[in-house]
Design a protein around this ligand. Sequence first.
Ligand code: ADP
Ligand code: ZN
Length: 767
Amino acid sequence: MFEGKGGSANFLSQTLCLRGKIPRLYCHINSFFVHKMLMSHLIAEIAVTAPLKITFSYLVPEELAAAAKVGMRVRVPFGRRRTVGFLLELHRGESTGLKKIHELLDEEPLFSAELLKFFRWAADYYGHPFGQTIKTALPGGLSGDHQRVNILTESVYRVLPMEDSPRGNKQKQLFDYIQEHGDVSLSRLREKFAAPHAALARLVELGFLSSAEQEKRRDPFFSETVPDDQVLTLNEEQQSAFEPVASAVTSQKFKPFLLHGVTGSGKTEVYLRTIDKVLEAGRQGLVLVPEIALTPQLVARFRGRFEPAGKRIAVLHSGLSDGERYDAWRAIARNDVDIVIGARSAIFAPLNRLGLIVIDEEHESSYKQGEGFRYSARDLALVRGQQAGCPVLLGSATPSLGSFYRAEQGQMAYLPLTRRAHAGEMPQAELIGLTQHPSAATISELVVQAIEQTLEKNEQVMLLLNRRGFAPFLLCTDCGTSFRCPNCEITLTFHQREGRLRCHYCDYAEPPVEMCPKCEGPNIEPEGAGTERLEQELAELFPEARIARMDRDTTTRKGAHQRLVEQMMLRKIDILVGTQMIAKGHDFPGVTLVGVLGADSTLNFPDFRSAERAFSLLTQVAGRAGRTGGGRVLIQTYSPDHYALDCASRQDYRAFYDQELPFRQELGYPPCGHLVNLVLSGNESAKVLGSAGRLAAALERQAKDVEILGPSPCPLAKLRGKTRCQILLKSAQRAPLRRLLAALDDAQKQLLNGVSLMVDVDPLDML
Ligand code: ADP
Ligand code: ZN
């Protein structure tokens, strides 16, 4: 049996001999053993966190062999340094020339072989290095070259069977509470009872309670209690939407659904009921939302519905510290969690018994990562559902054109909710056509009157202006000079309160000047308006009203957004001004007037999806008015005849789709075709342009059934000091694009030094 391979073993032993200067004869005698020893070495396939598409083999040293498992992080030598890698596979084989793994960084695997398959698919599809793909997928603190995260523990109390019951009042209260709730942690008891320590210690001593150390959850989301959430009787439409999803959950098969429900139609109740089915089937639910911080109400409903029944919910959000994220991840991997709610990156959560994936507000662009590993969590959800064999439920009031198109093609089951669940009729929006550019007056007379009437009735107003800051730019009215970012060459936004001109792309800032640097004139004026200016104008118009602003500038501090939402709920705010942030996730019953002041900036964006974005934003914000009936929506615009605005004002998705799709068809743009965007950037513009030309030519030679557009300057031709240029690859089918992408690694040789290439498959943002 060994003879066939003996030759190579001999050869190996000889080379070993030469290297090790061991006597020849000794080698011959031992060649059999040497061979056996070589073959029995444990080899690990490792993806290192470097920008490389290939993986590497390492020898697992004997002392680590028993502990090493697929899904762990390791520290390995790489070139002349050390780096972190991920263990993908273990097998036995020859170890010649292989370097050793230095250290295992985890005690338990962080992901399963099944999840690894999903990571691999994603890395391959998006043309991203495997190790860096896994790094992005894992929670923050785990991906880098960090040491282990501390695992915190705390005491958990449980009632022991006893004949008596405790005497003291406090002891009795604690005992009853723990008896009613099962295992209760010390931190939970601390929330409910003042200084419970002594009484607990006494109860343990007397044998009423047992106490054990358990891993502590650091998640701040769970420090507050939520009210129980009552099950609602589904209306007819909800019932027809619920049934097919529920039966797909029960049969544990992949099936995609599009839940198209107008704002207020009760999509959340459908999610809750289908997730309930998932738990009934002994499986786990994954719920993705665009941004956790903006959807506290949804999280509260899930907690209020399922926690009283003893179900365990993990909320993954950007506010978690590394330690908290690590805790949550490990709890999920151990099957200690029934429902995971999270933003984009939760699509990689290590659930082992997936029963359903819900994507709420599936049209939201935040599901697409905008840098590095540019994945779309919405698209990956369909792949993960397919691999895990579970249904996927996409929900939205304004589905992305792509999802609706797939539903039309029969690739997704279509579940419509056409009516509000309990509120009044959907308000009709009125379009107010502006004829001339107002210099400072951003609010038209009609809107001012409507605000007045609303405030008189003690009702609330929401005003959307999708631009933060005081003014989009400062202008010298004598010579026309404006102020631009030295790194990005776009105009700087004036922030009055902060007293700065700021670049919204790179955050460069400078103080405004009193005198024009060009003509030395003194007349420097802010042009146009942002939310800060609008807030100020409103304060002048309605000195009595309580006005607040919600945008990125006012919500950077932790909890600031939540406070604004609460004040709106408690009606401590009369007028809320904000960017698109105000259109998302909240349900303010007191709002009866919604005004949209800057619809045109979204509409005129240099992107083929601008009409879709404008339609979606306006439909969503208009749906916020009059949740309890009698709402009014006013949209102030320079293009009142545009179909996107017209359809949004009537909340008519179908009409918008029917008018938008022919444009996409004609141009072969998504959903009627597929795109890959290649962006080249570098400090020297000649090198960038030269590389782009060569790369485009190289791709042109290999392309089949792919149209190559460009190279051309990016809409943001300069960003953070770098010149940027793009090549757009377009094809009716995905396969030819993928073939061309595979050739890209080779074509990258065309790049000159100092020029980097960014690959964006299915791009959303093409600036
Ligand atoms: P969506 O997410 O579709 O905009 P929500 O799920 O927020 O809508 O529901 C809107 C409102 O309708 C909520 O206040 C919810 O409690 C209520 N609602 C939903 N379904 C029902 C139902 N079947 N019966 C009564 N009220 C309902
Ligand atoms: Zn800039």
